[in-house]
Design a protein around this ligand. Structure first.
Ligand code: ASP
Length: 235
């Protein structure tokens, strides 16, 4: 059962709470996959659900299934996770995928993360504190060109237009980092470029044919990871 745009097309439009909707749907189904615009929504849903709840993205919070497919992709492409260095680039304050990926990478050894962003959209202190607790090396910079030759993975992200209250702030940041042929020339031959998609203009389509452009392979991995996850929670 699907309720796309549930705010308009489910009983939420009549004022039903998320908790009540989840109680109803958990009586009809075996698993709930919830994407919601509020941080913490999946946790609230899980607290009242009789069946498994999979967080498919909660506002600026987390996107754990994306992180699973991301680490799977790194392993599949580079054949290792321990020792990798990853540059997370773009809107690190509003993007949830980078938050979940940093969290999941902290479970591996000798990982280095570069947070490449202007201060307005820097990575949250909660994630940095988590990395410190787990001994993950991280650095912050706004200079993408300096980081490109140093890393195994460039994880590019979209400036999250829908999360800016003021459009002028979005327009100021949009286009700040772009992976194009010049950027690819700085990247190591054995490095890869990832992106959770959708892409707007932060990766030039000219890059798509470069074998290091892993983002469409990454998206396809999501199919298999999510099939495996559904199988795991249902059996
Ligand atoms: N698709 C990803 C997400 O749901 C990334 C994005 O929207 O930019 O968070």
């Amino acid at each position: 059962m699907g309720t796309d745009n549930a705010r308009e097309f489910s009983s939420a439009a009549k004022g039903e709470t998320l908790e009540d909707t989840i109680r109803i749907v958990s009586g009809y189904s075996d698993v709930i996959v919830l994407r919601h615009n509020e941080e913490g929504a999946a946790r609230r849903a899980a607290a009242v659900s009789d069946i498994p709840v999979i967080n498919a993205g909660d506002g600026r919070g987390q996107h754990p299934t994306q992180a699973l497919l991301d680490v799977y992709t790194i392993k599949d492409e580079l054949n290792r996770l321990d020792g990798v260095s990853v540059a997370m680039v773009g809107d690190l304050a509003n993007g949830r995928t980078v938050r979940s990926l940093a969290y999941l990478l902290s479970k591996f050894r000798d990982v280095t993360i570069w947070f490449v962003a202007p201060p307005e959209v820097a990575m949250g202190d909660d994630i940095k504190a988590h990395l410190d607790e787990h001994g993950v090396r991280w650095r912050e910079t706004r200079e993408l060109d300096e980081v490109l030759p140093l890393v195994d993975v460039v994880y590019q992200t979209r400036i999250q237009k829908e999360r800016f209250a003021d459009e002028a702030d979005y327009l100021r940041l949009k286009g700040i980092y772009r992976i194009d042929e010049d950027a690819m020339a700085r990247l190591r031959e054995d490095a890869i470029v990832m992106h959770p998609l959708p892409r707007v203009d932060e990766i030039s389509p000219d890059v798509d044919s470069d074998p290091r452009a892993a983002y469409f392979r990454q998206a396809r991995n999501g199919l298999h990871i999510r099939m495996a996850l559904l199988d795991m929670v249902l059996s």
